[in-house]
Design a protein around this ligand. Structure first.
Ligand code: ANZ
Ligand code: ZN
Length: 826
């Protein structure tokens, strides 16, 4: 049996598409635009199935929209800076640039072999000076607008990778990469002031109905907005004041102690000269080895020490001891907490452990709580008690009332607090975009002038895991002259977090060759927003948050006209094998290259789209792949069998046989289903099964209708449409078959088929046929057949024709779906 030769067909079409610039686009104002974007990969060396899935999904969307008449921007590039390249240098002596560019070459080849419809002319790589020049330029814009700043900060430090980690790179208190416990270290670091955008990042989520709810919730939690009050406590016997942030000002009368974070700047001052001083110092020291996550884990034992100092509660002048404890974080709120053990569970556990009093100030209806005997904090609502003038108020009302009172006595105010922290962007690493700043002994911190960009990463540096940027050991890089005074100066040696590079790449794709600007405004205005963004849910928080932040900042700088980058978001599920995620460590990897080699790219793509809806996890199945391969061969044989004949036949498909009609109906039902499945739900799997049913329908027709009665114009129409529907999923075979059916241009330029609602009508009705009022015949017709059709059909019937022989038809009266009366005269 004939099998189709994907080894020949696939590379052939890839070459021709490329040569004819089929997927190249420019800003065509006559067409509606559609920007389809898949998250660009890190060039790790080889494509994995997750990539194949991501890009296959994106390609269906891009091809479908193109066929619908959109001007589709579908670009690809490389998120090419980052740690693995540097590790390759450290462990194997390969320069990071060499390692990265050879990986890119290999993965680009693999992507070509998949036949994805990219405009390769727009390819970008973030490690190329033409790209990172603009990453540096954007850094300078941030700096100019006060959104980039330097400060000494306690950072998460991995002693083994010898680098700073972002909070999210710390998993269970250990480095995400090497699992070494993380410690805290104070370093001068560069930050982006993303917290200025916290409220907009939160509220604008409402403008994104095309995002998955779960992703929006993750972003919301990450921003972590809390409303409450700041309350100012005075330190007894000093003029120091300690503000605390609380979400529960209604519990202010229940404060029995105060706790500061061990890093709080007042700690050693408070303890100075007190008997507790030494113990406090030791506790502070030990806390540096705990990450924030460790310290706040609910199961973590709460530990603290008394500083020896006291604070005064502003509402009742009560004197409360000041402690320090591991569960209070310096980076949240004010780094100080008012302890209300009766109504906060962490405080309760702490108070029981250290024998601090528990004072009830919120009483549940009809129940008497006793601070001495309660076994857990009471955290629900109730009536305020032991709260002076506020006694008897429902506590919800108390929140506002106590806040107002504090404000009136100058001891506090309403406050909103966010969990979101400023974005720490500096890395003590080589393989990243150098931060374009210069330190001059004379002038201080000086930005590199824009016309001096890019600050080029030097080659041939030495890699030692020292904890300092390898650029520090590179005097040619470090030593420079001050752009302001011309005196000797040093370059910043930190490089940028790679998330900075990926926060604007979607803008660069709109004008990737621009030498004058990061992106051209008119092109950005034409293409943005990204209409459909597709990628893994692992980027649901950071990448998407940072890209949204960048877009908003650039909007504020007047550089782009949109405030949100990604209009619609699809987060694809994982590719599993034997129930778990494919990974090197599990040894359950199926290599895309092998699959493509054995079955072809079309089969690989079809399987991955057919096996599950995009958002769900997908279980790899060898039989499933086989099945898809068999299906494509079945399509191949069908089309090849008819190609010659239907090319000859021409004409439009007129028909009357029920088998013809049924095939016609099936075709239109398939067009409808495939269109809606792609457009409304991304249900590519059910779209593909509909196409499979259409193929079955064609084979049924072939079997049921004798060869000489087969309606070739109809078959031609069905097969052309079938191949068109298949094109977004299996583009190579579709193109080959399209040409076989006589197509002149590419199938990928065909308009997407429209369905005819009338063709969908399935039921048949029995029409009574009268001649001059007398019942003469009965006939089965499709329900809803138009009057002219009924008339034509009736008059052509042998029986009717013979009865009318020699008569003149005066009039035909049709009662739709019921009756036809032919009025005739001799
Ligand atoms: C007194 C109080 C009484 C509190 C009560 C809660 C319940 P969210 O909702 O996460 O914003 N807090 C404030 N700053 C803190 C810090 N730096 N480290 C650890 N905890 C801190 O939580 C706000 C609450 O977390 C604040 O309200 C404070 O405890 C605590 F019945 O103040 B509360
Ligand atoms: Zn200077």
């Amino acid at each position: 049996e004939a099998r189709y030769n994907f080894k020949e067909i696939e590379p052939k079409w890839q070459r021709r598409w490329e040569a004819s610039d089929l997927y190249r686009v420019t800003e065509d104002s006559d067409k509606p635009k559609f920007y389809c974007l898949e998250m660009f990969p890190y060039p790790s060396g080889n494509l994995h199935m997750g990539h194949v899935r991501n890009y296959s999904i994106g390609d269906v969307v891009a091809r479908f929209k193109r066929m619908q008449g959109y001007n589709v921007l579908h670009p690809m590039g490389w998120d090419a800076f980052g740690l693995p390249a540097e590790n390759a240098a450290i462990h194997r002596g390969i320069p990071p640039a060499e390692w990265t560019w050879s990986n890119i070459a290999n993965m680009r080849r693999q992507l070509h072999a998949m036949g994805i419809s990219y405009d390769w002319d727009r390819e970008v790589a973030t490690c190329h000076p033409n790209y990172y020049r603009w990453t540096q330029w954007l850094f300078l814009q941030m700096y100019k607008h006060g959104l980039a700043y330097r400060k000494k900060a306690a950072v998460n430090w991995c002693p083994s990778c010898a680098t700073v980690l972002a909070n999210e790179q710390v998993v269970d208190g250990a480095c995400e990469r090497c699992h070494t416990p993380v410690m805290r270290k104070d370093l001068e670091q560069w930050f982006f002031r993303i917290t200025d955008y916290a409220e907009r990042l939160l509220s604008d989520l409402q403008k994104l109905p095309g995002w998955p709810e779960k992703v929006k919730i993750m972003q919301e939690n990450w921003i972590g907005k809390s409303t409450g009050a700041e309350v100012i406590f005075r330190v007894e016997g000093s003029d120091e004041e300690i503000p605390v942030f609380t979400t529960r000002p209604d519990t202010l009368y229940g404060v029995t102690y105060m706790v500061l974070a061990p890093e709080h700047p007042l700690v050693m001052k408070l303890a100075a000269g007190k008997p507790q001083e030494k113990e406090v110092a030791q506790f502070v020291q030990a806390a540096r080895y705990l990450s924030d996550l460790d310290r706040t884990a609910t199961e973590k034992e709460k530990e603290g020490v008394f500083t020896g100092a006291y604070a005064i509660n502003p509402v009742n002048d009560e004197r409360v001891p000041i402690w320090i404890a591991n569960y209070v974080l310096m980076e949240y709120g004010t780094g100080a907490v008012m302890g209300v053990p009766a109504h906060d569970q962490r405080d309760f556990e702490f108070a029981r452990k250290y024998n601090l009093p528990v004072k009830v100030v919120i009483q549940p209806q009809g129940q008497e709580l006793d601070g001495a005997t309660m076994t857990a904090a009471y955290v629900e609502d109730g009536i305020m008690v032991n709260s002076g003038p506020f006694n008897g108020l429902p506590n919800r009302e108390g929140i506002g009332k106590v806040t107002a009172y504090l404000e009136s006595i100058g001891k506090g105010k309403a406050r909103v607090n966010y969990r979101l922290r400023d974005w720490l962007i500096s890395r003590q690493r080589y393989w990243g975009a150098p931060i374009p700043m210069i330190y001059c002994n004379h002038c201080g911190l000086v930005p590199v002038p824009e016309e001096d960009l890019p600050v080029i990463l030097p080659e041939g540096v030495e890699f030692k895991p020292t904890g300092e940027s390898p650029l520090k050991n590179c005097p040619e890089f470090v030593n420079t002259t001050c752009p302001q005074c011309g005196g000797p100066a040093q370059r910043e040696t930190d490089t940028m977090d790679t998330f900075v590079c990926s926060s604007w790449y979607f803008l660069r794709y709109t004008s990737p060759h621009s030498q004058e600007r990061a992106f051209e405004r008119d092109k950005v205005d034409y293409w943005m927003n990204v209409d459909q963004y597709i990628g893994g849910v692992e980027h649901a928080i950071l990448h998407l948050m940072y890209a949204r932040f960048f877009t908003k900042a650039l909007y504020d700088f007047g550089l782009v006209g949109v405030e949100e980058p990604f209009q619609n978001l699809l987060t694809q599920g994982m590719v599993l094998k034997d129930g778990s995620k494919m990974s090197k460590s599990k040894g359950n990897i199926v290599s895309p290259e092998e699959i493509i080699d054995r079955y072809g790219a079309d089969t690989a793509r079809l399987f991955i789209l057919f096996a599950a809806p995009p958002e769900r996890d997908l279980e790899w199945s060898d039989q499933g792949v086989e099945g898809c391969y068999r299906f494509l061969n079945r399509v191949w044989r069908l089309v090849v069998a008819y190609a010659g004949a239907v090319r000859q036949a021409g004409g439009s498909p007129a028909f009357e046989k029920p088998a013809d009609r049924e095939l016609w109906r099936l075709l239109h039902a398939t067009i409808k289903k495939v269109t809606e499945d792609i457009e409304q739900r991304f249900n590519f799997n059910t779209a593909i099964s509909a196409i499979m049913e259409l193929v079955n329908g064609c084979y049924r027709y072939q079997d049921a209708v004798p060869a000489n009665e087969q309606n070739l114009p109809l078959m031609g129409e069905v097969l052309r449409k079938l191949v068109t529907l298949l094109a977004p999923f299996a583009p190579h075979i579709a193109e080959e078959l399209w040409q076989g059916l006589g197509g002149r241009e590419s199938v990928h330029l065909e308009p997407w088929p429209a369905y005819d609602p009338e063709a969908l009508v399935e039921q048949e009705v029995t029409l009574v046929v009268q001649i001059n009022g007398k019942v003469r015949d009965r006939v089965q017709v499709p329900a809803g057949l138009p009057e002219e059709e009924v008339e034509k059909l009736i008059l052509k019937r042998e029986k009717v024709a013979s009865l009318l022989a020699g008569q003149q038809v005066v009039k035909v009266i049709v009662v739709p779906d019921k009756l036809v009366n032919v009025v005739a005269r001799r």
